[in-house]
Design a protein around this ligand. Structure first.
Ligand code: 1PX
Length: 215
């Protein structure tokens, strides 16, 4: 298939993207960070139309970041660290309320960063789950503990409805395209600490610059 966007989801591939997004100095390459999300969107797209509104938002956020990367300021968007410095130094971020930069790189990445926390919590639940455990419950609990706090009622309700339609655990493991359930658990065991590290680095950077509540 020519268009990689249409290819099947593979957890291993997503893991590789998040692995390559860490530089030896622990900077985060935006290009690979975005690739990781694009990989996850493939899985989302295979889950049916109830997930369409989530996929649409994730695609739009990755596209905003890719557009910055391809722009004349592209080199400043190579890493999360350089993006934060560039946008703050040049006052390209709406800090207190929405203004002339409603789609800055910093606020866009913050939305994905919050979603990464959900992903980490969800995957950890999946990893330690038993065969009969419900993916919808794992997903909902992870969501309530993280992203839900940043979403208005309507989004929370729509997300909650979508979660009910998630495939049962064995079918969900199939969709991950890794192999046997044991292999899935093994890959998840590698994925969770990695996502955790990427999350932590971003969280500390955003905290240091007071960016965790960008409108
Ligand atoms: C191996 C298993 C992997 C599962 C992969 C699933 C990938 C999920 C990708 C979700 C990306 C969600 C990004 C959401 C960013 C966000 O919070 N956006 C909101 C705020 O943005 P704004 O610009 O308005 O300030 C926006 O309002 C959100 C809209 C869409 C609803 C987001 C609900 C997110 C629920 C996350 C759970 C996904 C369920 C996947 C089930 C497997």
């Amino acid at each position: 298939m020519a268009d990689s966007e249409n290819q099947k989801f593979c957890l291993q591939e997503v893991l590789e993207s998040f692995k390559s997004c860490l530089s030896p100095e622990k900077e985060i390459y935006i290009e690979h960070y975005v690739s990781g999300w694009k990989g996850l969107v493939k899985l989302l797209n295979s889950l049916g139309s109830l997930f369409g509104f989530i996929s649409k938002d994730a695609v739009s956020k990755t596209q905003i970041l890719m557009n910055f990367l391809k722009s004349e300021n592209g080199p400043h968007y190579a890493t999360v660290q350089s993006m934060v410095k560039f946008e703050l130094d040049n006052k390209l971020v709406d800090v207190d309320k929405k203004g002339i930069y409603p789609e800055s790189g910093c606020r866009t990445l913050l939305r994905l960063h919050r979603a990464l926390r959900w992903l980490q919590l969800f995957l950890e639940r999946l990893r330690t789950s038993k065969e009969d455990d419900k993916t919808s419950v794992m997903c909902r609990d992870a969501y309530n503990e993280s992203l839900a706090q940043h979403h208005p009622w309507l989004i929370r309700k729509s997300a909650g409805m979508a979660f009910y339609s998630l495939p049962v655990r064995p079918a969900f493991f199939e969709v991950m395209n890794v192999g046997t359930p044991e292999q899935v658990v093994d890959v998840l065991g590698k994925a969770v600490p990695l996502l955790c590290e990427v999350y932590q680095i971003t969280e500390e950077l955003y905290q240091k610059h007071n960016l965790l509540d960008l409108p």
